[in-house]
Design a protein around this ligand. Structure first.
Ligand code: GDP
Length: 417
C-alpha cells in the first residue's frame, strides 16, 4: 500500500499503452468497495492540560457525544499521582461508510506540581501499541485487522498568548517521531484575532527552533491545482486556532449554529472566518485520514520497528523490500523469533543465576549459624571440662590432705590426740 514511492529502478519498467481492456483500471473501485465494506479506523490521541476542551473538541469533530457527563470529583477520593491513559471507542456511520473511532485521552496531563515525567505514560502507551502490532506481524496466524497504533495526536496549547511552555516543548519532542503531531490553540475564542496571529507566529518559531516535526500532508506528482491550494491553506493555519462546542446557538441573523455565545456576538465553530476548526477537520478526517494512517505505518512504525529490531541485534531492510520479497520477510521473522528466544533464554539464565546465588547465600548463612552453634557447644563443653578438671584437682587435694593426716596419726606425729 505504498503510494508514489517506487523501489524498483525506473529502467526495468516498460511503459506501454494497452491495446485492449485488461481490467485493472477497475482496481480503485474494488479497493473502495472493500474499504467501505471493511470500514475505516482512526485512532486519535488528544494531549493537553485538563480543561483545555479536549473532550469537547472530539465531540465537535465527530458531531456526537463521545463522553458521558463528566464524573463529579469525590472530594474524599485519592488524587491520581500519574497521568492516565483513557480509551473510548465508537462506531460511526456516515452515508453508509463506517468509521471505527478510538479516542485516547490522557487525563492528569500537566496537572501536577512537577510535570517533567508527564510524557512517560503517553510514550509508553504509544510504544505498547507498536509492540502489539510488531508481535502480531510476526505471528504465523496473523490478525492484522487490529491496528491499534495511534494515527494522529492533537496537542492542545493553552491560549496564553506568550509562546510554548517548557512542558509543551518537552512533550512534543518526546512525541513527534512516534505520532503524527497536530498542534492546536485551545479555546481560541478567548483571544482576539491579532493576539492569535502573534501567538501562532511565536509557536511556529518555537517549533522550528526546537526542530519539532508536525504532520504535513504529503505532495504527490499528480496532485491537481485545487488539492495543492487546499493543502497550502490547511498548512497556513497551523497551529489551528480552534473553538469547540456541541451547543446550538442563535446568530443575530436568525441562524442556528454550533458555537459559543458572547455578549458581543456569536463565535461559530463551522465558520472558517471565525476559527480554524474546519481546517483541522479537513486535515484529520476529510482529506488526509488515509495519509495519517500511511505515515504511521510506513514511517513512524517502520522507524520504531527498525530501532527495536536493531536493539535485538537484527539487521533488516525497508518495508517496501519486505513486501516484494517474501523469503526475505520470512528470514527476518525467523531472526526475530530467534532473537526473542535468545533474549528469553538470557533472561531465564539470569533468573536462574540469581536464584543460585540466593540459595548459596542462604546456605552460607546457615553454615555460619551451624558453625557458631558448634563453637558454642564446644566452648560449653570446654568450660564444663575445665570445671570438672578443677573439681577433680580439688578432690585430689582433699584426698591428699586426708592421706597425710592418716599417716601422721599412724606414726604418732599428729596433734594432741
Ligand atoms: P478537557 O478536560 O480538556 O476534556 O476539557 P472539556 O472538553 O471538558 O472542557 C472544559 C471546559 O471548557 C468546559 O466547560 C467546556 O465547555 C469549555 N470549553 C471547551 N471548549 C471550549 C472552547 O473552544 N472555548 C471556550 N471558551 N470554552 C471551551
Amino acid at each position: 500500500s505504498v503510494v508514489n514511492s517506487n523501489p524498483v529502478p525506473e529502467k526495468n519498467i516498460i511503459h506501454r499503452k494497452l491495446n485492449s481492456y485488461v481490467g485493472f483500471a477497475n482496481l480503485p473501485q474494488q479497493w473502495q468497495r472493500k474499504s467501505i465494506k471493511k470500514g475505516f479506523n482512526l485512532n486519535l490521541m488528544v494531549v493537553g492540560e485538563s480543561g483545555l476542551g479536549k473532550s469537547t473538541l472530539v465531540s465537535t469533530l465527530f458531531n456526537m457525544p463521545m463522553y458521558g457527563p463528566k464524573e463529579k470529583k469525590d472530594p474524599g477520593a485519592e488524587v491520581p499521582k500519574t497521568v492516565n491513559v483513557k480509551t473510548v471507542s465508537a462506531e460511526i456511520d456516515e452515508g453508509g461508510v463506517r468509521l471505527r473511532l478510538t479516542v485516547i485521552d490522557t487525563p492528569g496531563f500537566g496537572d501536577f506540581v512537577n510535570n517533567s515525567d508527564s510524557w512517560k505514560p503517553i510514550v509508553e502507551d504509544i510504544d505498547r501499541r507498536f509492540d502489539a502490532y510488531l508481535e502480531d506481524e510476526n505471528k504465523v496466524h496473523r490478525s492484522m485487522s487490529n491496528d491499534n497504533r495511534i494515527h494522529a495526536c492533537i496537542y492542545f496549547i493553552q491560549p496564553t498568548g506568550h509562546s510554548l511552555k517548557p512542558l509543551d516543548i518537552l512533550v512534543m519532542k518526546k512525541l513527534h517521531q512516534k505520532v503524527n503531531l497536530v498542534p492546536v490553540i485551545a479555546k481560541s475564542d478567548t483571544m482576539t484575532e491579532e493576539e492569535i496571529i502573534t501567538f501562532k507566529h511565536r509557536i511556529l518559531e518555537d517549533i522550528k527552533h526546537q526542530e519539532i516535526e508536525i504532520f504535513e500532508p504529503p505532495r504527490y506528482e499528480n496532485d491537481d491545482e485545487e488539492t495543492l491550494v487546499e493543502n497550502a491553506e490547511i498548512m497556513a493555519s497551523v497551529p489551528f486556532a480552534i473553538v469547540g462546542s456541541t451547543q446550538l446557538v442563535a446568530t443575530p441573523d436568525g441562524r442556528s449554529v454550533r458555537g459559543r455565545s458572547y455578549p458581543w456576538g456569536v463565535i461559530e465553530v463551522d465558520n472558517e472566518e471565525h476559527c480554524d476548526f474546519v481546517k483541522l477537520r479537513q486535515l484529520i478526517i476529510r482529506n488526509h485520514l488515509e495519509e495519517l494512517r500511511e505515515r504511521t505505518a510506513n514511517v513512524l512504525y517502520e522507524n520504531y520497528r527498525t530501532d527495536k529490531l536493531t536493539s535485538l541485534g537484527i539487521q533488516q531492510d525497508s518495508s517496501v523490500f519486505r513486501e516484494v520479497n517474501p523469503s526475505q520477510k520470512q528470514e527476518e521473522e525467523r531472526k526475530y523469533h530467534e532473537a526473542r528466544l535468545a533474549k528469553m533464554e538470557a533472561d531465564m539464565k539470569n533468573v536462574f543465576q540469581q536464584k543460585v546465588a540466593e540459595k548459596e547465600q542462604k546456605l552460607k548463612k546457615s553454615e555460619g549459624e551451624l558453625f557458631a552453634r558448634h563453637k558454642e557447644m564446644k566452648d560449653n563443653l570446654e568450660k564444663q571440662r575445665a570445671e570438672l578438671e578443677k573439681k577433680k584437682s580439688r578432690l585430689e587435694q582433699t584426698r591428699a590432705v586426708g592421706e597425710e593426716k592418716k599417716s601422721r596419726n599412724k606414726f604418732g606425729l599428729g596433734g594432741r590426740n
